[in-house]
Design a protein around this ligand. Structure first.
Ligand SMILES: Nc1ncnc2c1ncn2[C@@H]1O[C@H](COP(=O)(O)OP(=O)(O)O)[C@@H](O)[C@H]1O
Ligand SMILES: [Mg+2]
Length: 492
């Protein structure tokens, strides 16, 4: 058989099928465009299952007269200019396919004005621009999609029932309501009207929709996780405010019996790839982020935190008479002192750190290493298999003709003295019998915890999110508790 290029109208329909699978995908793409246009109000109107009629109205920046005929062209977009843009995408859309795809499989009107004075309307049928004329319209854009898949009968036949499609549309709409609290949203579908007014905070928006039982947050430089346990029945996951499906996340939450939730994950755009799924329903996290490990650790910490929160942190959100937030944690000698309503805790700083570092390294495959400014000679030889083991702990050792040289040490040991480094490595010096890994790791952690810098509040929070905060794995005491009664007794 002879190969030949597929005719363009066939190609267009194939591609359209990837992006636009049902009326709810039209709703998704149009809402995303309105968000990208900076709209503060978005209204969606749907008839029945949406096959015959969908309309999305926004008050965003609008489309100029020159651009209007181009927005339906394949891969025409205003959002990406350079390859760097693609690597740090901050808009919902970026491929310039949605309007083109929708246009190819429907009859579509777009009305738009950039200033609320002059406006234009185009009419497109099965991808062909049929008409363009001035129209009276306010600032913003209105897109009307009629007779979806009129020219793709196969797709029409495979669509699910009208009822389940309108549920899907509502769900899609709700995803954006949940994740864009500053925007006012309307939905009118099968004569039901729903409306959410613009809110200042995400907390208020989630409260409006489901009611929040509890909120937990992790805030780190390159990762923020906000988990809402909700009263309603829903499982929603957002990455940089983009609704996603991620079976590994679902599995992790399931493992800890978290059933109804809204989860927001915020990461620097350069550390995720959103361009891995035609409808952008999946993202890929950069490996350096170690995202899933950190998520499970965060979730795992929950039971203890909640229990502790009742007594330890009750004062955290209370304000004193001057309106300042109580900090409540301070350093004294080698301890962190944590006062609460019912007791004062003394936390042994170095041991707490050791425990935190320990739990951190067990979840890692290898420890990051820092290069020493000047390589350090070592007096004894270290065999090859030991060297590769040491490498996983962040020690970079090379064996030269006559000498053994240390070029890098674990990042967590930054600040250690040469003697301390040798002390850790001495486990390998006169090694004859089996190697005591536990002892080696313990030494490594003891020394790392002398130098590792972490602020006291973070130490306390991390410690209390662990299973057994009171003792190190070696059984050393980390916390001493002084109950209020004990103190009060003295004043009787
Ligand atoms: N509601 C809207 N308001 C303003 N401009 C829009 C709107 N919808 C689409 N556009 C313009 O049309 C272009 C093409 O849209 P689309 O096909 O969804 O591609 P993408 O969103 O990937 O850029 C966008 O880049 C944008 O410039
Ligand atoms: Mg788009």
């Amino acid at each position: 058989m002879k190969v030949r290029p597929l005719p363009p109208f066939v190609v267009n329909k194939i591609y359209a099928g990837e992006v636009i699978q049902s009326p709810s995908s039209v709703v998704k793409e149009l809402i995303e465009n309105s968000i990208d246009a900076g709209a503060t109000s978005i209204a969606v109107f749907v008839r029945g299952s949406g096959l015959s009629f969908i309309k999305v109205v926004d008050n965003g920046e609008g489309i100029s007269k020159e651009d209007l005929p181009n927005v339906i062209k394949k891969n025409w977009s205003s959002k990406i200019r350079t390859l760097e843009d693609l690597e740090r995408i901050s808009t919902m859309g970026f491929r310039g396919e949605a309007l083109h795809s929708i246009a190819s499989v429907s009859r579509m009107h777009i009305r738009s004005s950039t200033d609320g004075v002059e406006g234009y309307e185009i009419y497109v049928e099965g991808g062909n621009l049929m008409d363009m004329r001035p129209c009276a319209c306010g600032k913003g854009t209105t897109v009307i999609v009629e007779d979806l898949f009129f020219n793709v009968p196969v797709r029409r036949r495979f669509l699910s029932s009208s009822r389940s499609e309108s549920t899907r549309i509502k769900n899609t709409w709700l995803n954006y309501v949940l994740s864009h609290e500053n925007i006012e949203f309307h939905l009118r579908s099968s004569n039901k009207i729903q409306h959410y007014r613009a809110r200042e905070t995400l907390d208020e928006r989630i409260e409006d929709i489901y009611g929040v039982k509890e909120k937990r947050e992790l805030k780190e430089e390159d990762l923020t996780i906000t988990l809402y346990h909700i009263n309603g029945k829903a499982q929603k996951i957002f990455v940089n405010r983009r609704p996603v499906v991620d079976s590994r996340i679902t599995e992790i939450l399931g493992r800890y019996d978290i059933k109804n939730y809204v989860l927001f994950i915020e990461v620097p755009p350069a550390l995720i790839d959103v361009n891995v799924h035609p409808q952008k329903l999946q993202v890929r996290f950069s490996r350096s982020l170690k995202f899933y490990d950190r998520l499970s650790r965060f979730i795992r910490g929950r039971k203890t935190i909640i229990r502790m929160e009742e007594n330890l942190f009750t004062r955290r959100d209370e304000k004193d008479s001057t309106g300042k937030k109580e900090e409540g944690v301070f350093d004294w000698k080698e301890y962190i002192v944590v006062p609460s309503k019912t007791k004062i805790l003394f936390v042994h700083r170095q041991r707490a750190l050791k425990k935190i570092l320990e739990s951190d390294i067990v979840s890692r495959k290898r420890l990051p290493s820092i290069t020493l400014p000047v390589p350090m000679p070592i007096k004894f030889r270290i065999n090859e298999s030991d060297r590769s083991l040491l490498k996983t702990y962040g020690f970079d050792i090379v064996e030269l003709d006559k000498a053994t040289v240390l070029k890098g040490i674990p990042e967590i040991m930054e600040g250690a003295t040469p003697e301390e480094v040798l002390e850790v490595l001495s486990a390998f010096s006169d090694r004859k019998g089996p190697f005591d890994l536990k002892k080696f790791v313990n030494r490594l952690l003891s020394i790392a915890s002398r130098h590792y810098r972490m602020n006291s509040r973070t130490i306390v929070e991390k410690l209390f999110s662990m299973e057994n905060p009171a003792l190190t794995s070696e059984g050393e005491v980390i916390i001493y508790e002084l109950p209020a009664e004990k103190i009060e007794e003295k004043f009787m």
